[in-house]
Structures are given as structure tokens and as C-alpha cells.
Design a protein around this ligand. Structure first.
Ligand SMILES: NC(=O)c1ccc[n+]([C@@H]2O[C@H](COP(=O)([O-])OP(=O)(O)OC[C@H]3O[C@@H](n4cnc5c(N)ncnc54)[C@H](O)[C@@H]3O)[C@@H](O)[C@H]2O)c1
Length: 268
């Protein structure tokens, strides 16, 4: 219950695109359940507020702020407000991620650049803003939400998503090594097939109905069911906690074992 006690956690993408709990919203609530003060940041302020309401309704504390993770000025304002209110940042959690359809020949240049901006440049910008603070503190933990698609073909033809998440992994490793001796850890989490509001909006175009999507994604998992936002949330809490003090530079699949399998496709 107190793995985040006295820690200040900054979650980018802390809302959810639909009702229920996505990966970012569940993580924000889980950090608060472990005693952390959680700054919930989202491009949609109502979504960030909704997450903070859940936290406060459970007796937790935090702040809800609006920011677009592709804009360094927005991120600077969030970091400034967080420091004003709490005086430190112990955990940086980068959850925001989007995808756009298309292989290398089909994807538009615009969609490629947008996905890179939202999935990869965003983490660069938040780390750039927060790392100097963690370095002064002599401690910190960064959690980047990647995807199993960073290391596997999953069946969706979305080349920019694969590339952006693969780059996010190695960006995370580079930070892990550069800052290892400074008390700062950086790890990536690779969700597999997760049943979150996000999938309804982001990948529903690949299926005839949401029932078909659920059936195919459930069947793909060795556990014969998708995971959910809480699976990502508790993995995040562990990696951000002092219990994981000797773990840095890893990519942790949270996928019911899917990464071990030889082949598979979420659409067939
Ligand atoms: N659900 C899955 O099956 C699955 C699988 C692999 C990886 N992931 C990864 O999980 C993450 C998404 O998880 P989620 O369930 O919380 O998704 P979500 O789509 O609900 O996103 C959370 C929040 O991010 C916010 N957001 C979007 N663009 C933003 C921006 N530019 N700036 C600030 N906030 C922004 C949204 O408003 C939303 O409230 C992504 O990184 C995604 O790639 C998900």
C-alpha cells in the first residue's frame, strides 16, 4: 500500500479515450493507491480531471493538468506547476501513444511524422524536461509505455507504430545507461493485446465488429484472453518502486506470454 509513499509521479496520458480504465488511467490510480502524489496530465483536461476524481474519491492526492506531449512549452508548464506544488518528481510515466494505418508504401508522410511525434518525440521532450530535476535529486524512475509491436509483427499493417515503439525501446535503454550511475532508472513496458477503451478507437477499423475484435484478440493470447489496463498499471508500479532498484534498461512484456510464441496475428 505504500510503495509510492512520499513519491511524486508525473503521468502523461493519464486519462482514457473512453469509459473505463485504459493503461494510463489505471497506472495513475495504482500509483495513488500506493501512496504517491500523482500529477495527471492529458491533452483532454476533462479526462485528466476524471482520473484525479477517482484518485481523490479513494483518499489519494494529485493534480490534473492539460498538456499536449508534442509541445515542449506545454511540458515545461506542467513540470513547473508540479515543482511549485510538490517540489520534486520521482517518477515520469510516458503513456501516450497512437497508431495510424499503412505499410511503408501506403502510410502518408503526414501520418508517419505525427506518429513519430506523439509516440517518440514526446518521450524525448518529457525526459529532457524532467531528467535535470531527477539528476539534482540523485534519484528517479522513468517508465515508457511501448508495445509488443516494438519487437514483433502483430498483424496490423502500421509501419510507423512498429518503428516508433522500437525506437522508444532503445531510447529507454540509452537513458538507462547514461543515468545508471546517477540514481535514475529507465524501463519500458511492452503491452500485448490489452482490452482497453484505446483499442476500440485506435484499431477497430481492422475488424467487422467489436465482438470479432475481442474474439480474435482473446484467441491470440496464450492465456486465451486479453489483458487490461491494471496489468500495465501494476507492472508500472513495480518498476517505478524501490523494490525494482536494481532493474534498469529492460523491456518488460506484459502480454500473457504472447512474445514467446512463434507466430500469430491479431487480425486472423
Ligand atoms: N491497448 C493495447 O492493446 C495496447 C497494446 C500495446 C501498447 N499500448 C500502448 O498503451 C498506451 C495507451 O494506453 P491507454 O489505454 O491509456 O490509451 P488511451 O488512448 O486511452 O490514452 C490515454 C490518454 O492519452 C491522451 N492523449 C492522446 N494524445 C495525447 C497528446 N498528444 N498529449 C497528451 N495526451 C494525449 C488521451 O486523451 C487519453 O486520455 C499507448 O502508448 C499504446 O501504444 C496499448
Amino acid at each position: 500500500m505504500d510503495r509510492m509513499k512520499n513519491k511524486v509521479v508525473l503521468v502523461f496520458g493519464a486519462g482514457s479515450v473512453g469509459p473505463g480504465f485504459g493503461n494510463g488511467k489505471a497506472a495513475a490510480v495504482a500509483y495513488a493507491r500506493e501512496g504517491g502524489s500523482v500529477v495527471c496530465v492529458d491533452v483532454n483536461l476533462d479526462a485528466a480531471r476524471n482520473t484525479l476524481e477517482v484518485i481523490e474519491s479513494e483518499g489519494g492526492a494529485g493534480l490534473a493538468l492539460a498538456a499536449d506531449v508534442t509541445k515542449s512549452a506545454d511540458i515545461a508548464a506542467v513540470v513547473e506547476k508540479t515543482m511549485e506544488r510538490f517540489g520534486r518528481i520521482d517518477v515520469l510515466h510516458n503513456n501516450v501513444g497512437i497508431n495510424a494505418p499503412g505499410g511503408a508504401a501506403e502510410a502518408t508522410e503526414e501520418s508517419w511524422r505525427r506518429v513519430m511525434d506523439v509516440n517518440l518525440t514526446s518521450a524525448f521532450l518529457t525526459c529532457k524536461a524532467v531528467l535535470p530535476i531527477m539528476e539534482r535529486q540523485g534519484s528517479g524512475a522513468i517508465i515508457n509505455i511501448s508495445s509488443l509491436a516494438s519487437i514483433r509483427w502483430t498483424g496490423y499493417p502500421y509501419v510507423s507504430y512498429y518503428a516508433s515503439k522500437a525506437a522508444l525501446n532503445h531510447f529507454t535503454r540509452a537513458i538507462a545507461i547514461e543515468y545508471a550511475a546517477k540514481g535514475i532508472r529507465a524501463n519500458a513496458i511492452l503491452p500485448g493485446v490489452m482490452d482497453t477503451p484505446h483499442i476500440q478507437k485506435q484499431i477497430s477499423g481492422y475488424y467487422g465488429s467489436s465482438e470479432e475484435m475481442k474474439a480474435k484478440r482473446d484467441a491470440l493470447s496464450p492465456m486465451k484472453r486479453q489483458g487490461d489496463g491494471w496489468d500495465i498499471a501494476w507492472a508500472s508500479v513495480f518498476l517505478a518502486s524501490d523494490e525494482a532498484k536494481y532493474i534498469t534498461g529492460v523491456e518488460l512484456p506484459v502480454d500473457g506470454g504472447l512474445h514467446v510464441t512463434v507466430s500469430g496475428s491479431v487480425t486472423s
